[in-house]
Design a protein. Structure first.
Length: 122
Protein backbone atom coordinates (compact mmCIF):
# COMPACT_ATOMS: atom_id res chain seq x y z
CA UNK A 1 0.00 0.00 0.00
CA UNK A 2 2.92 2.40 0.46
CA UNK A 3 4.51 4.28 -2.42
CA UNK A 4 8.25 4.52 -2.90
CA UNK A 5 8.55 7.66 -0.72
CA UNK A 6 5.77 6.92 1.76
CA UNK A 7 6.30 5.36 5.19
CA UNK A 8 3.32 4.18 7.24
CA UNK A 9 3.37 3.80 11.04
CA UNK A 10 0.95 3.78 13.95
CA UNK A 11 1.12 7.15 15.71
CA UNK A 12 1.26 5.49 19.09
CA UNK A 13 4.19 3.20 18.21
CA UNK A 14 6.62 5.62 16.54
CA UNK A 15 9.55 7.07 18.47
CA UNK A 16 9.12 10.87 18.66
CA UNK A 17 12.81 11.55 18.02
CA UNK A 18 13.24 9.25 15.05
CA UNK A 19 15.46 11.09 12.52
CA UNK A 20 13.07 10.59 9.60
CA UNK A 21 10.47 12.85 11.28
CA UNK A 22 12.83 15.84 11.39
CA UNK A 23 11.74 18.51 8.88
CA UNK A 24 9.33 16.03 7.25
CA UNK A 25 5.84 16.21 5.81
CA UNK A 26 3.50 14.21 8.04
CA UNK A 27 0.03 12.87 7.38
CA UNK A 28 -1.98 11.99 10.51
CA UNK A 29 -4.96 9.98 9.36
CA UNK A 30 -7.77 7.97 10.85
CA UNK A 31 -6.71 4.33 10.76
CA UNK A 32 -9.77 3.43 8.70
CA UNK A 33 -9.03 5.94 5.90
CA UNK A 34 -7.09 3.43 3.74
CA UNK A 35 -10.17 1.16 3.81
CA UNK A 36 -12.89 3.81 3.53
CA UNK A 37 -11.30 5.96 0.83
CA UNK A 38 -8.17 4.27 -0.58
CA UNK A 39 -7.82 6.69 -3.50
CA UNK A 40 -7.67 9.73 -1.24
CA UNK A 41 -5.33 7.93 1.15
CA UNK A 42 -2.93 7.09 -1.68
CA UNK A 43 -3.01 10.66 -2.99
CA UNK A 44 -2.47 12.32 0.39
CA UNK A 45 0.18 9.90 1.61
CA UNK A 46 2.49 10.30 -1.38
CA UNK A 47 5.91 11.52 -0.22
CA UNK A 48 4.77 11.83 3.39
CA UNK A 49 5.33 9.96 6.60
CA UNK A 50 1.93 8.55 7.51
CA UNK A 51 0.91 8.20 11.15
CA UNK A 52 -2.34 6.30 11.57
CA UNK A 53 -4.46 6.74 14.69
CA UNK A 54 -7.77 5.25 15.80
CA UNK A 55 -9.74 7.06 18.50
CA UNK A 56 -11.27 3.83 19.73
CA UNK A 57 -7.96 2.01 20.04
CA UNK A 58 -5.56 4.67 21.30
CA UNK A 59 -4.99 5.82 24.90
CA UNK A 60 -5.70 9.47 25.79
CA UNK A 61 -1.96 10.11 25.96
CA UNK A 62 -1.93 10.10 22.14
CA UNK A 63 -2.55 13.87 22.24
CA UNK A 64 0.80 14.40 23.89
CA UNK A 65 2.51 12.08 21.43
CA UNK A 66 1.91 14.33 18.44
CA UNK A 67 2.87 17.34 20.53
CA UNK A 68 6.16 15.62 21.41
CA UNK A 69 6.81 14.92 17.73
CA UNK A 70 6.30 18.61 16.95
CA UNK A 71 8.55 19.71 19.79
CA UNK A 72 11.31 17.20 19.01
CA UNK A 73 11.24 16.83 15.23
CA UNK A 74 9.93 20.13 13.89
CA UNK A 75 8.00 18.74 10.92
CA UNK A 76 7.66 20.95 7.85
CA UNK A 77 3.95 20.21 7.47
CA UNK A 78 1.22 18.20 9.15
CA UNK A 79 -1.97 17.15 7.38
CA UNK A 80 -4.75 15.69 9.54
CA UNK A 81 -7.44 13.63 7.81
CA UNK A 82 -10.63 12.38 9.42
CA UNK A 83 -13.62 10.49 8.09
CA UNK A 84 -16.55 12.79 7.39
CA UNK A 85 -19.53 11.94 9.54
CA UNK A 86 -17.64 9.71 11.96
CA UNK A 87 -18.98 10.51 15.43
CA UNK A 88 -15.68 9.47 17.01
CA UNK A 89 -12.89 10.11 14.51
CA UNK A 90 -13.75 13.68 13.51
CA UNK A 91 -13.86 15.26 17.00
CA UNK A 92 -10.88 13.17 18.14
CA UNK A 93 -8.65 14.27 15.27
CA UNK A 94 -9.76 17.89 15.63
CA UNK A 95 -8.83 17.88 19.32
CA UNK A 96 -5.51 16.25 18.39
CA UNK A 97 -4.86 19.05 15.93
CA UNK A 98 -5.91 21.84 18.32
CA UNK A 99 -3.71 20.53 21.13
CA UNK A 100 -0.75 20.24 18.78
CA UNK A 101 -1.38 23.66 17.22
CA UNK A 102 -1.15 25.19 20.70
CA UNK A 103 2.28 23.63 21.14
CA UNK A 104 3.42 24.73 17.71
CA UNK A 105 2.63 28.32 18.70
CA UNK A 106 4.10 27.92 22.18
CA UNK A 107 7.42 26.65 20.83
CA UNK A 108 7.33 29.02 17.86
CA UNK A 109 7.47 26.35 15.22
CA UNK A 110 6.50 27.24 11.68
CA UNK A 111 4.35 24.32 10.59
CA UNK A 112 1.72 24.16 7.86
CA UNK A 113 -1.56 22.54 8.95
CA UNK A 114 -4.39 21.08 6.90
CA UNK A 115 -7.53 19.49 8.30
CA UNK A 116 -9.42 17.40 5.75
CA UNK A 117 -12.61 15.48 6.32
CA UNK A 118 -12.65 12.57 3.89
CA UNK A 119 -15.88 11.31 2.44
CA UNK A 120 -16.65 7.63 2.72
CA UNK A 121 -18.10 7.87 -0.80
CA UNK A 122 -15.69 6.66 -3.44
Amino acid sequence: MSDQNTYIYRLWSIWVKTPMLKDSDILVASACLPLVNPGLFKELSRNRIVLLACPEGEPPAIYGKLASIIRSSRPRSITVVTIDGSPIASPYMQVLMRQSTYLVRKYRRSTTWWLIQASSRR
